[in-house]
Structure formats: structure tokens, C-alpha cells
Ligand binder design. Structure first.
Ligand SMILES: [Cu+2]
Length: 67
């Protein structure tokens, strides 16, 4: 397991945090979101995580992965 960290833009409140958390749960399990920095992090096997799917899921709910 490795820590993966993404920077997501557009999250402004706890509701956004929940949307991101919910959208990513089926893909990567538990995620940690830091609203202030926009950092979304989770643990996973880099071989198994489909980062494109993660980015698409974030995109679909109106946010953007910037890093
Ligand atoms: Cu919000």
C-alpha cells in the first residue's frame, strides 16, 4: 500500500468534501480530504489503482484534479 495524494480544485465546503469522498469510495475506499489545501489522499496499491478513473470520477462531480 502506498499513499496517493491529489490536488483537487473547486472544493469550497463540507458538502464538496462529502461529494468527493462518496464518489471515490467505490474506487479507492476511504479517502482523506483537506478542504483548505484541496488535498485528497488515500492508500492503495499503485498497480491496482486506476488513476484515470479517479480523475474522471472527480471531474464528473464538477471538480478538477490539478496535480
Ligand atoms: Cu461545497
Amino acid at each position: 500500500m502506498e499513499a496517493v495524494e491529489l490536488k483537487v480544485s473547486g472544493m469550497r465546503c463540507q458538502h464538496c468534501v462529502e461529494s468527493v469522498t462518496k464518489a471515490l469510495k467505490p474506487l479507492v475506499g476511504e479517502v482523506k480530504v483537506d478542504l483548505k489545501s484541496g488535498k485528497v489522499s488515500f492508500e492503495g496499491d499503485p498497480q491496482k489503482i486506476d488513476l484515470n478513473a479517479v480523475k474522471t470520477a472527480i471531474d464528473e462531480i464538477g471538480f478538477e484534479v490539478v496535480e
